[in-house]
Design a protein around this ligand. Structure first.
Ligand code: ADP
Ligand code: MG
Length: 696
């Protein structure tokens, strides 16, 4: 591989400086290695010849075999084209050329047998092919069997660089190599049952057997994912061996009193497991960086409280940061109530906190009399100084962003342990890749006794029934959410439908007070409206997705989602999680336009069938791809994914993760001779990314 990497494509037979420049700028192919790593997106079977009378519908690019009956030039000047009438004996088609007419006329004869390779299209009721590849029936290409089709740009095509050229150059490189050195250690290939790189590259560019092609694909996918896992794990190991963290050995009064007296219920098995994982982390002397993933309502708050008490029992402070004032306030209220019997001092700091309260908090923090600070972004402002911060919890991490997280508490000499809690479940295998530098815990069990939220799909024509059912819940004293999509907070149209919705709701339910929030409101107004609903003053909340992030109103039992077809599954799941927080049966009603596609209907129906956030996240990813997550991840990553797909290759990710763990356990620095090719490969990839990013 190394030799191929240092071989500039300019010197590959048939390329030369001009084309090399094109390949570099258009496809980021600079070396022979890059060229071999440029894989076909699909294949065309050239062992098959189609009958023209079998053409129907949308035909693929294919081969036909026959003779030209005649050639006619029509039109003039720039509009001139050459039309050849071609027949295979079953029927005739028009073959059309717009360019190079003179040379085509010179080179093609009637009555000679040719194989044409192109995509048939219907034009004015007649089948035609434009600019097909023309071969003699005996030529190597015409009988070459399965051939790769490469992703190319328009610029390359107009300069005459097509799949066939690429194929020839790649074949040339492959023919000149004896055997390509495998960057993956043999032990890895063997235990994962993988094809070696030499075979895999030959097969991927010119497969002759579908089974073998599958194996080559698997090998190349695995390889990409394996590099990522090795890289992530090494970073993580390095962080663990280099970063210093507070040791919190004592389980003391606060924790014990809390556990014995304040816990209103038995912890779930999953909560216990995660608490144990955190406990193990804070004993190592390394800084903890742990992500806790748990579905809405899985009880993350309790886990956070116990983690914070670990710090308090060791004479240190803790903080919990939430993304909104409402959430921070809710956390503060429930946590200070929970901890009342323990004597732990808890305070709330938000943007709107008054100056004298703020001063008292600052003093308490510096003096060490304040144990736990709960708040918004306000708690990471410059003037907030802890005496000794031991544990920092961040709730709903996705609102903070990874970069922000990295900057937190930089000023502390020894950084606090960090616990990130997210209710956006992402599939486990994806988490391994996206949060590869964090340790991940999962709360995969809901507290007992929860009634699954009854979810139904309803159409506009059924609106009256929906309102009737809603009325019944309101009369029983319950509260109701009605959510409208606001894809882009600036879209006037969306805002209008929201305001109209608000008016209709007020008219429909005149006996009840209706609160109203959307993203373009001022923060204070939003907070006030939310407070109206949280306090029970308002019984209905008409809102956009601003409520998505964790408000807790246990008395709310109905969630109506308007235009549900416009939301993603994970978002629907988050919204639905706003109800079902009390002991009573709750309902989620997905309102949809009637004429939706089969896919959309399937998506919505899945929501009515399961309430398992992980199942939903998995399905969402399979249907829509990893979306933003992949985007965020890929930027700043040295390794592209060409063959592997984060959404659908979960199994391979797991394989790669296991293999990477095994390998690094035996050779953490990759210093053994058998792992040298792998180390070189990783280094080369990082260098290459650095070079390209400097260019672009
Ligand atoms: P989330 O994970 O969404 O933040 P919370 O921590 O807000 O969930 O918990 C949701 C509700 O479940 C709260 O009312 C909490 O008191 C309750 N809860 C948490 N753990 C348990 C448990 N082990 N048994 C019963 N109820 C629990
Ligand atoms: Mg929560």
């Amino acid at each position: 591989m190394n030799r191929l990497r240092s071989l500039d494509i300019t010197y590959v037979k048939g390329i030369g400086p001009k084309r090399a420049e094109l390949l570099k700028t258009q496809l980021v192919i600079a070396s022979a290695c890059d060229l071999l790593r440029y894989y076909p997106t699909h294949y065309i079977d050239r062992s098959k010849v189609y009958r023209i009378d079998s053409f129907e519908g949308d035909m693929p690019t294919l081969q036909v075999r026959g003779r030209f009956v005649s050639f006619n030039t029509v039109g003039e000047g720039a509009k001139m084209r050459l039309i050849g009438l071609f027949t295979d004996g079953t029927r005739a088609i028009d073959v059309v050329w717009f360019k190079g007419i003179a040379s085509i006329k010179r080179n093609l004869q009637t009555e000679t047998e040719y194989v044409l390779f192109g995509k048939p299209t219907l034009f004015n009721g007649r089948w035609q092919m434009t600019h097909p590849e023309v071969e003699n029936p005996g030529s190597a290409l015409a009988t070459s069997g399965v051939r790769g089709v490469y992703p190319l740009t328009e610029t390359l095509r107009t300069r005459g660089i097509g799949s066939r050229k690429l194929q020839l150059w790649i074949q040339g490189v492959l023919d000149s190599c004896n055997r390509i050195e495998d960057p993956l250690p043999q032990s890895v290939c063997r235990s994962a049952g993988l094809m070696d790189i030499d075979r895999a590259l030959r097969v991927i560019h010119a497969p002759s057997d579908p089974k073998e092609l599958e194996q080559a694909r698997l090998r190349l996918k695995f390889e990409e994912l394996f590099y990522i896992q090795v890289d992530m794990l090494r970073r993580n190991n390095r962080r663990k061996s280099e970063s210093v963290g507070h040791v919190l050995p004592r389980i003391g009064d606060a924790f014990n009193t809390f556990y014995a007296k304040c816990l209103p219920f038995e912890l779930t098995g999953a909560q216990k497991r995660v608490v144990r994982e955190i406990r193990a982390d804070v004993l190592t002397g390394r800084q903890m960086n742990r992500l806790v993933q748990g579905d809405v309502g899985s009880g993350k708050t309790l886990v956070a409280v116990m983690a914070m008490l670990m710090a308090v029992d060791n004479g240190m402070q803790a903080c919990l940061m939430a993304p909104t004032e409402i959430l921070a306030t809710q956390h503060y209220e429930s946590i200070s109530e929970l901890l009342a019997p323990t004597g732990v001092c808890v305070r709330l700091l938000k943007g709107s906190t008054r100056a004298n309260e703020r001063r008292a908090i600052h003093e308490g923090l510096r003096a060490g009399t304040l144990d736990i600070l709960i708040g918004t972004h306000a708690i990471i402002e410059e003037d907030v100084q802890f005496r000794n911060l031991g544990m920092a919890v961040i709730d709903e991490q996705h609102r903070f962003g990874v970069a922000q997280r990295a900057r937190l508490w930089e000023k502390n000499e020894v950084r606090p342990h960090v616990l990130v809690m997210t209710a956006t479940p992402i599939p486990r295998t994806l988490a391994m890749t996206v949060y590869g530098d964090l340790d991940v815990s999962v709360i995969d069990e809901l507290p007992p006794g929860r009634k699954p939220i009854a979810t139904v799909l309803r159409y506009e024509t059924q609106r009256l029934q929906v309102y009737k059912a809603t009325y019944a819940q309101l009369r029983e004293g319950r509260q109701v959410y009605i959510v409208y999509p606001l894809i882009d907070e600036n879209e006037k149209l969306d805002l209008r439908s929201l305001t109209e919705g608000y008016d209709i709701v007020r008219e429909t339910f005149p006996d009840y007070k209706v609160a109203f929030v959307h993203g373009r409101m001022k923060a204070e107004e939003k907070d006030w409206q939310m407070q109206q609903f949280a306090s029970g003053e308002a019984r209905i909340l008409v809102a956009t997705t601003v409520i998505e992030v964790g408000v807790n109103v246990p008395n709310a039992s109905v969630m109506i989602i308007e235009n549900a077809e416009r939301f993603g599954l994970s978002q629907l799941h988050q919204l639905r999680g706003r109800v079902g927080r009390g002991a009573d049966q709750s309902y989620c009603i997905l309102m949809s336009r009637p004429n939706i596609s089969a896919d959309t209907r399937r998506r919505l129906e899945l929501m009515t069938q399961t309430t398992d956030g992980f199942v939903i996240a998995e399905a969402d990813m399979n249907m829509r791809g990893p979306g933003d997550i992949e985007g965020t991840m890929q930027s700043g990553m040295a390794f592209d994914l060409r063959m592997a797909n984060l959404a659908t290759d979960g199994m391979v990710i797991q394989m790669a993760r296991d293999a990477a763990e095994r390998l690094l356990a035996g050779d953490p620095e990759l210093s053994q001779a058998a792992n040298a090719p792998l180390r070189r490969e990783l280094e080369a990839m990082v260098r290459r990314t650095a070079d390209w990013s400097r260019i672009s």
